[in-house]
Design a protein around this ligand. Structure first.
Ligand SMILES: NS(=O)(=O)c1ccc(C(=O)NCc2ccc(F)cc2F)cc1
Length: 260
């Protein structure tokens, strides 16, 4: 079946067969080379004002672990930085590796992190998410790198505790009273560039805001993430790991930094 994934027969190298946009000129992720980044002093700082009551559920869709928010009105929004207007938080999810040495989608000067967390927002001026996907300014994703260390962020615990309840594909559990801004690192420094979804259909509708400072998770927390299964409960356990797309060609795009 043409369902895409991260295995040799349906992985990133073959996505273009069913999703032609995957071979576009503004694809994500990318490798950030700090020597080629342009500092832009006109970039303002970004601001998230999230309503913890907007959090709804957490689910395993066989390809990632995703937390879904109520985005039927401007309840949890991101503004500022490279954005004009308020973008609504729709979902957050993660990409991670089979070991602590890799797993992030973006890489910084060759450094890959153990995981990368994406907070996905869309521009309500385009009516709905499906409409926003077709616009270059339709979606904004805040990317946060996860680094394995020994002072793990207690706020990550909440997501990882829920993993017990969504071990297999298709499992969903209530996930309420959660303010994702507690996951942000201290520094608001970021890189920004124009790119795409890192998964099919790979639309080029994303303003990426990648935070420079990683947050710390423990090796046990990473092991918990790796205990999720790609398969449903009545199928053989297949560890959900290495759900990351490799860096794509920059094709002349400029990456701007909010910091010197
Ligand atoms: N990793 S990432 O942050 O770049 C990313 C963000 C959002 C989505 C998404 O919403 N997919 C669902 C989806 C994507 C396209 C579409 F047409 C319908 C649809 F539901 C996928 C990847």
């Amino acid at each position: 079946q043409s369902v895409w994934g991260y295995d040799s027969d349906n992985g990133p190298e073959r996505w273009h067969e069913n999703y032609p946009l995957a071979k576009g000129d503004k694809q994500s992720p990318i490798e950030i080379n700090s020597k080629e980044v342009q500092h832009d002093s006109s970039l303002s700082s970004w601001h998230a004002s999230y309503d913890p009551g907007a959090a709804k559920t957490i689910l395993n869709n066989g390809r990632t672990c995703r937390v879904v928010f109520d985005d039927t009105f401007d309840r949890s929004v991101l503004r500022g930085g490279p954005l004009s207007g308020a973008y609504r938080l729709r979902q957050l999810h993660l990409h991670w590796g089979s070991s602590d040495q890799h797993g992030s989608e973006h890489a910084i000067d060759g450094v890959k992190y153990a995981a990368e967390l994406h907070m996905v927002h869309w521009n309500p001026k385009h009516g709905n998410f499906a409409g926003a996907l077709k616009q270059p300014d339709g979606v904004a994703v805040v990317g946060i790198f996860l680094k394995v260390g020994n002072t793990p962020k207690p706020e990550m615990k909440r997501i990882l505790e829920e993993i017990e309840n969504i071990k297999t594909k298709g499992k969903e559990a209530p996930f309420q009273h959660f303010d994702p801004s507690i996951l942000f690192p201290k520094s608001r420094d970021y890189w920004t560039y124009h790119g795409s979804f890192t998964t099919p259909p790979c639309e080029e509708c994303i303003t990426w805001i990648l935070l420079r400072e990683p947050i710390e998770v423990s090796s046990d927390q990473m092991a918990k993430l790796r205990s999720l299964s790609k398969n449903a409960e009545n199928e053989p356990m297949s560890p959900l790991v290495d759900n990351w797309r490799p860096p794509q060609p920059l094709k002349g795009r400029i990456v701007r930094a909010s910091f010197k």
